[in-house]
Design a protein around this ligand. Structure first.
Ligand code: FHN
Length: 480
């Protein structure tokens, strides 16, 4: 099969002559305890909460036509309110999310089956949800005056959910921030101050929240940051030294040739691929063995709260189950985004689907957490995961034949010896089937789905694996 191109690699990964890279990966493929945990998270929660949660994508009945709600500060054009950026920037003066109870959030996430949360400590607007000593634009300069990051870290940690701190480098508030590298001395000084402020805030976050397991970077695409590769290389080094085991995704930095996520030779710049946002790999081969997660909105592209979602399609619990198992079948985690309102309350719809997803995950936990990619072709019925002893087929498209058929190479050493419905434990008839079509040197195993088995959601068939030829029925079938 032709190698598939990874969309996040700016240069070809093979065929080209290697390029000299001095600011490439700082760590190789990690197998420590933290990364082992990461591989088994399965389900994650993303929370976008900040000043943008107050307008919720509209202001006095008007709304921008094509921005994600957390980008509302960038609203311009004929229907944008007068002096809009200034108005937005003063939202800290009314920021007071009295309905925010981080313990409720954490309990809801727990019910959803989340094992990690990514929380926006500072989004592009620059407003810090912790009382940062390095900024005058934080919760401490609002009526709220709470350490929201601390509340989230404590509440989620208490529920056994690992915390990753989202941090946007792009910052619309800091006067030194610029999208391209400044050419005059004043601009360069401002940029240096901005870099120092970024470093100080990151070290502060690590210092204040020792329970946090990872940093989730965003807003790292501007030319100014890309040109600061020496600084970002050293900063990553420093962050890792400060917090051994810290997980940093590939979105943080680039090499000296401007290659982001992967260096110019295709090596991953971080501990896992962090570019799968509102899209998922088409195939496991695209991942080159890298760890990864996929972050997903419930609507088409709203991370922050949206008062009125209008006719925008909202993903259902069934969509999320499908996406989750698609991620797991390729060894990744699915991170579902939540956008609480300005009061700090999760929306009713998010609550419903979190519970529905969680109920499904709880019934099918073995197929989700401990199981990962298996090297057995794709099936149109749904998604395959496995844990070495068992194969799990999540049936999204139930075959009208009533037969869930898996295809193995004729020389497969381990094949299904038993089949069950995972949620109920109900035993299913399992047959080794000669379909009279073996020029492809395959053997087929059929689990029979009872006609009277009613399912209104995807369901999982668990196949126990054993040595080929162990079952008398299979030996007979093989000699027919
Ligand atoms: O611009 C942001 C966006 O608002 C949101 O935070 C997402 C989450 O992955 N990240 C950026 C776009 O890539």
């Amino acid at each position: 099969m032709a190698a598939m191109t990874n969309p996040w690699t700016t240069r070809a990964r093979s065929g080209d002559a290697p390029v000299e890279v001095r600011f490439g990966p700082l760590v190789g493929h990690r197998d420590d305890e933290a990364m082992q945990r990461f591989r088994h998270y399965g389900v994650g929660q993303f929370i976008h909460f900040g000043l943008y949660s107050i307008p919720g994508n509209e202001w006095h009945g008007e709304r921008p036509s094509s921005l994600a709600p957390e980008w509302i500060r960038a609203w311009s054009g004929p229907n944008a309110p007068e002096d809009w950026p200034e108005t937005y920037d003063r939202l800290n003066e009314v920021f007071d999310p009295t309905g925010l109870d981080a313990r409720e959030w954490a309990q809801q996430a727990k019910r959803m089956g989340a094992r990690y949360v990514i929380f926006t400590t500072k989004h592009h607007d620059g407003f810090a949800l912790w009382p940062s000593a390095h900024s005058d634009y934080t919760v401490a300069q609002s009526p709220c005056d709470r350490d929201i990051v601390g509340e989230v870290v404590d509440a989620y940690t208490a529920e056994g959910i690992d915390v990753f701190l989202y941090f946007s480098v792009l910052d619309w508030h800091h006067p030194g921030y610029t999208t391209s590298m400044p050419t005059d001395e004043a601009g360069r000084r401002g940029w240096r101050e901005f870099l120092e402020y970024t470093r100080a805030q990151l070290l502060e976050l690590l210092e204040r929240y020792p329970a946090a397991r990872g940093l989730w970077f965003d807003g790292t695409w501007d030319a100014s940051w890309v040109a600061s590769y020496e600084f970002t290389y050293r900063l990553e080094q420093e962050l890792r030294e400060r917090r051994p085991g810290l997980i940093i995704g590939s979105r943080f930095r680039n090499d000296e040739h401007g290659s982001r996520h992967f260096d110019s030779n295709g090596a991953l710049l971080g501990d896992y691929e962090q570019g799968w946002e509102r899209k998922l790999p088409a195939d496991h081969s695209m991942l080159s063995g890298n760890d990864w997660d996929g972050v997903m909105t419930i609507g088409p592209n709203a991370w922050g709260f949206m008062r009125d979602t209008g006719d925008q399609y909202q993903k259902t619990a069934d969509d999320l189950i499908d996406l989750l198992m698609r991620c797991r079948s390729m060894g990744g985690n699915l991170v579902v985004n939540f956008g609480p309102d300005g009061e700090g309350r999760m929306t009713a719809y998010e609550g419903e689907i979190a519970d529905e997803l969680g109920a499904w995950v709880a019934e099918n936990a073995d197929a989700v957490y401990g199981a990962g990619h298996v090297d057995l072709g794709r099936t149109d019925m749904g998604w395959l995961t496995g844990d070495g002893e068992r194969l799990f087929l999540t049936v999204v498209n139930r075959p009208v034949t009533g037969i869930a058929r898996l295809r193995f190479g004729a020389d497969a050493a381990r094949v299904p010896v038993r089949a069950r419905l995972l949620a109920s434990g109900k035993e299913l008839e399992l047959r080794r089937t000669d379909i009279g079509f073996d020029l492809d040197a395959a053997v087929h195993y059929d689990a029979v789905i009872p006609r009277d088995f009613a399912a209104d959601r995807a369901f999982v068939i668990e196949f126990e694996l054993g040595p080929a030829g162990a079952r008398a029925a299979d030996r007979a079938a093989a000699h027919m």
